[in-house]
Each structure stands twice: as C-alpha cells, then as structure tokens.
Design a protein around this ligand. Structure first.
Ligand code: NAD
Ligand code: DAU
Length: 350
C-alpha cells in the first residue's frame, strides 16, 4: 500500500486525480488536504466519500503544525502538490494570496517532507518522492512557432505564473541543495469535469445555457494548448511511479486552438444539440487581460520517450464529453455559481 498526501484534491485537477487513482488502484491510500477555498468543492469527491482509502482533511498547506502531524500520522510515501490559487485573472486583482499559497505553501510542504523523510544519519528514506504540479505558464509566451521544452528558460508574466515559477525554483533548490527526491510536471491547459466556471471552457458552457454574453479577451486569437484532464492525471501517476528523480516533465497533447475556435466550438455544439437560440450573437469582444500571454504550446517529447505517456483523448472527443458532463450536472454548476460567484463575475465583466 502506497500512501499519498494529495493537496488541493477538492479542486478541478486534484479531484479528478483522486478519482482516477482510487478507480485504478486498490493498494493506494490518499490523504487529501484541501483548504476548501472558493475553488474547492467536496461535491467533486462524492464518489469516494465512503472509500476507506480516501481521507479528507480540511486545512491549509501553509499550516506547519497540521502538515507535520499528517506526516507523523500517515507516514507518506509521496506528496503530490496540486493546492494553489490557479486563476490568472484573480492573480492580477489580488497577487498576495498567490504568493502565500503557491510559494510559501510549497515551501512549507517541502520542509515538512524533509523533516519527515530525511535524517543526517541515514539520509533520505527509500522510495519517497515530492511531486510539484506546475504549469506551462512558467515558460512565458511563444511567438507563432516553436514549443516549450523542459530546457526553455522560465519567463513568467502574470502574478499567478510568477508564483508558480517561484515554487518550481524552491522545489528545484530542495532537489539541488538537499538531494530531495523531487519531480516537477508542467502541463498545458486542462479541461473536463469539475472545472470552476471562471475558466474559459466551463464559463462558456454556463453562459451559453443562460444566454449570457461570451466574453472574448482582446482579438480572441491567443492560443492555448488543451489537454483532457484525465490524460494529465495519467501523466502525474506515471511521473510519481517512474519519473527519474530531479527531472522536469512537460505534459501536453499538441492541441493548440485559438480562443475564438474554442468559443465557436462550444456555441456550435450547444446550438445544434441543445438550444437553437445559442448562436454567435452571444460572442462579445471585451478588454484584453493585462499582460495576456499570446501562445502556449508544449513539447511533450520527453515524457513520451522516457515514460511512454501519450494522451488518450483527442480534443474533438474530449470537448464533447466535457460539454455533455456539464449538461448532465447542472446542479453542480448551479451550486458553484450561487453566492459569491455572482459577485465575482459582475466585478470581472462590468
Ligand atoms: P483549482 O483552483 O481548481 O483547485 C485548487 C485547489 O487548491 C482547490 O480545491 C482549493 O481549495 C485548494 N487550495 C487553495 N489554496 C489552498 C491552501 N492554502 N491549502 C490547501 N488547499 C488549497 O486548480 P486546478 O485547475 O485544479 O489546478 C491544480 C494545480 O494544477 C495547480 O497547482 C495549478 O497551478 C496546476 N495546473 C493547472 C492547470 C489547469 O489548466 N487548470 C494546468 C497546469 C497546471
Ligand atoms: O496553461 C495552463 C494554465 O491554464 C494553468 O496553469 C492555469 O491554472 C489555468 O487557469 C489556465 O490558465 P489560462 O489563463 O490559460 O486559462 P483561462 O481559462 O483563464 O483562459 C484561457 C484563455 O481564454 C486565455 O487566453 C484567456 C481567455 N479568456 C478567458 C476567460 C475566463 C477569455 O477570452 N475570456 C474569458 O472569459
């Protein structure tokens, strides 16, 4: 039995990872530490609420006492750190909490792991590993050609990506200085079930269903490289088990689309299959995001060649599956968009 500390496991990717792992393995125990910010949602974990291999703990990754106690109680083999403030637009409005959670929270996890796993006398425990879930945004922005490689220098632009790059450097420093067993994964844009509707795809679906404007930042020609969330979960599972210590792995499926292509795809699917009143008339070009990165494109060659990872879900299949999931889970959407969401949304798009 391997025991994982998964942080942020009530958020979008973290909850998909918890479900993926517990569906795939019987010999895995997951302690899921999540602060339940606006982005964390226990509804995402309903399927595993009675699973004895899943323990949910509400708490902050910055809380040294709590994290130390969890290490004492559960003797973790692995840490997978998803917990973060994850939305670029929010980071432009309130950068402080991004620095606190994303940088200081990561440092606290690294310290607690080192205290539990390392002694001067015996060195590191065998088989333990800390995996930092990072993002392609740390590399900055691409021109019309080329891809982000693991060797591409970090050049973050938003407070969000700067905080993630800061965390990556701390993880690297613990690897370099203390020989801590670490890996870092840097994935492109995820989409799929349980994504909070401040992010482009679920926001578009939600707004289409309510006949609200679909806000398109700037000229709509910024490019993102989309990956179905389950393929990201598979990559993380592989890197935890097989990743060469100290290495960074880029994760992506070469699914580059302009934002306008994404908007039109969502409109055409919902317009043709669900509601004829959903048309391109809902599109609304709005003020651009400050410092908006133009293009992301990940080269996943290393994880493919070294670990045999490949994406299983094409964009065409994944996007339809995703839209259907939100259509079948309207209650989930209603629950997460009640209360504070409305306040947030009306501030963002006045
Ligand atoms: P999310 O915002 O949906 O979830 C983040 C989770 O972290 C939430 O459950 C939240 O409650 C929890 N959290 C926040 N602050 C915390 C704290 N101080 N202590 C404990 N828990 C806390 O984010 P996501 O989209 O699922 O992203 C997960 C991770 O993957 C992040 O580290 C993000 O940088 C990275 N990532 C995301 C994407 C993407 O496309 N969404 C792509 C690449 C990498
Ligand atoms: O690339 C990985 C990153 O992808 C992750 O590290 C982040 O956590 C995740 O939030 C995501 O960041 P983006 O900024 O790329 O995602 P977002 O969904 O916010 O925006 C996608 C694109 O769509 C981006 O170019 C901005 C644009 N956009 C977004 C929103 C919310 C719009 O045009 N209109 C919108 O309303």
């Amino acid at each position: 039995m391997k025991t994982y500390l998964v942080t942020g496991g009530a958020g979008f990717i973290g909850s998909n990872f918890v479900l993926y792992m517990l569906n795939k393995y019987n010999d895995v125990k997951i302690v899921n530490l999540d602060a339940l910010t606006y982005a964390g949602n226990l509804e995402n974990l309903k399927e595993v609420e009675n699973n004895p291999n899943h323990v949910f703990v509400q708490g902050d990754i910055c809380d040294q006492e709590l994290v130390t106690k969890l290490f004492d109680d559960y003797k973790f083999d692995y840490v997978v750190n998803f917990a973060a403030e994850s939305h670029v637009d929010r980071s432009i409005r309130e950068p402080e909490v991004f620095a606190k959670t994303n940088v200081m929270g990561t440092v606290n996890l690294l310290n607690c792991a080192k205290n539990a796993w390392y002694t001067e006398e015996n060195g590191w425990l065998d088989g333990v590993k800390y995996l930092q879930v990072s993002t392609d945004e740390v590399y900055g922005s691409l021109g019309d050609t080329g891809y982000f490689m693991e060797t591409t220098p970090l050049d973050p632009h938003s407070p969000y990506s700067a905080s993630k790059a800061g965390a990556d450097f701390m993880v690297k420093a613990y690897g370099d200085t203390f020989k801590m067993p670490i890996n870092i994964t840097r994935c492109s844009n995820n989409y799929g079930p349980y994504q909070f509707p401040e992010k482009l795809i679920p926001l578009l679906i939600n707004n289409c269903l309510q006949h609200k404007d679909l806000p398109i930042y700037g000229d709509g020609l910024n490019v993102r490289d989309w990956l179905y969330v389950e393929d990201h979960c598979k990559a993380i599972d592989m890197v935890v088990r097989q990743g060469v210590l100290g290495e960074v792995y880029n994760v992506g499926g070469h699914n580059e689309r302009t934002n306008l292509q994404i908007v039109k795809k969502v409109i055409s699917y919902i317009g043709e299959n669900v509601d004829k009143e959903v048309t391109e008339n809902l599109m609304k070009f709005v003020e651009d995001r400050k410092g908006h990165d133009r293009r992301y494109g990940i080269a996943p060659d290393k994880i493919k060649a070294d670990l045999g990872w490949y994406p299983e879900t094409t964009f065409e299949v994944g996007i339809e599956k995703t839209i259907k999931w939100y259509l079948d889970n309207k209650e989930w959407m209603n629950n997460v968009t009640s209360g504070d969401y409305q306040k947030y949304y009306s501030k963002m798009y006045k």
